[in-house]
Design a binder for this molecule. Structure first.
Ligand SMILES: [Zn+2]
Length: 234
């Protein structure tokens, strides 16, 4: 094997590791967003439960107002009853008082039902908040782990990059330049093995001329289909 090929293969191995680490680092914000998304459902449940309780409170206020209005009427009718001397009018006022009192009774029953519903709604809020808190704790843990992973990846990346410089240093500039350009364009590798007359990168058949050039080992040989640098596996 050409010494240049083994130098480039070592460099490539390092570059592939660097590429994987960079991808891992790039995926971390995406994973953080996914972790935070787990909160959305629980947050919505809390908000919906709070909304429900608020609606019931508004209904209770409205019922209280209706009761108050009728009690004012009762008071006014009773005052009139007290002042009148006509028996007929006294009776009529009394009937109206009773009618309002029945209404107040009905409204109070409804108010009681609403109070019970409010208690139930408050219990639902509490449950939803507890679920949210549990999810929040889990999400915080995940975020912490992701942040630790990011720090670790950055550290490893820095070390790999330093070692890469050391490996690249002795490589002939022309070969290094060709390799760098190829590696930047290819998602897998710039230097690939040729086995059974097939390029290990693009899997196309290698033409005879290229094959001969490869056997002569006089310089770097590229696949005529994909341009990757080839080496022989005997
Ligand atoms: Zn090829």
């Amino acid at each position: 094997m050409l010494p240049q090929i083994s130098q480039l293969l070592q460099l490539q191995e390092r570059d592939q590791r660097i590429r994987a680490l960079q991808k891992e680092l790039k995926d971390i914000p995406k994973n953080e967003a996914l972790a935070r998304n787990q909160l959305a459902g629980d947050l919505a449940a809390v908000e919906s439960a709070q909304q429900k309780a608020k609606e019931i409170e508004v209904q209770i206020k409205s019922l209280e107002l209706d009761i108050q209005t009728r009690q004012n009427s009762i008071k006014r009718l009773q005052d009139q009853q007290f002042e009148t001397r006509k028996n007929e009018e006294f009776q009529a006022l009394g009937t109206e008082v009773q009618r309002y009192q029945r209404e107040v009774g009905g409204l109070e029953d409804r108010e009681l039902e609403h109070m019970e519903a409010l208690e139930a709604a408050k219990a639902v809020i509490k449950e939803a908040q507890a679920r949210l808190a549990a999810t929040q704790a889990r999400v915080d843990e995940e975020l912490q782990a992701l942040s630790a992973r990011a720090a670790g990846v950055r550290q490893r990346l820095e070390a790999e990059q330093t070692e890469r410089e050391t490996l690249a240093d002795p490589i002939e500039p022309g070969a290094l330049d060709l390799y760098n350009r190829l590696f930047a364009k290819k998602p897998d590798a710039a230097v690939v093995a040729m086995e059974n007359g097939i390029c290990g990168g693009c899997h196309m058949k290698i033409v005879i001329g290229t094959l001969q050039q490869l056997r002569q080992e006089e310089g770097l040989t590229q696949c005529e289909s994909c341009g990757r640098i080839l080496y022989l596996v005997e």
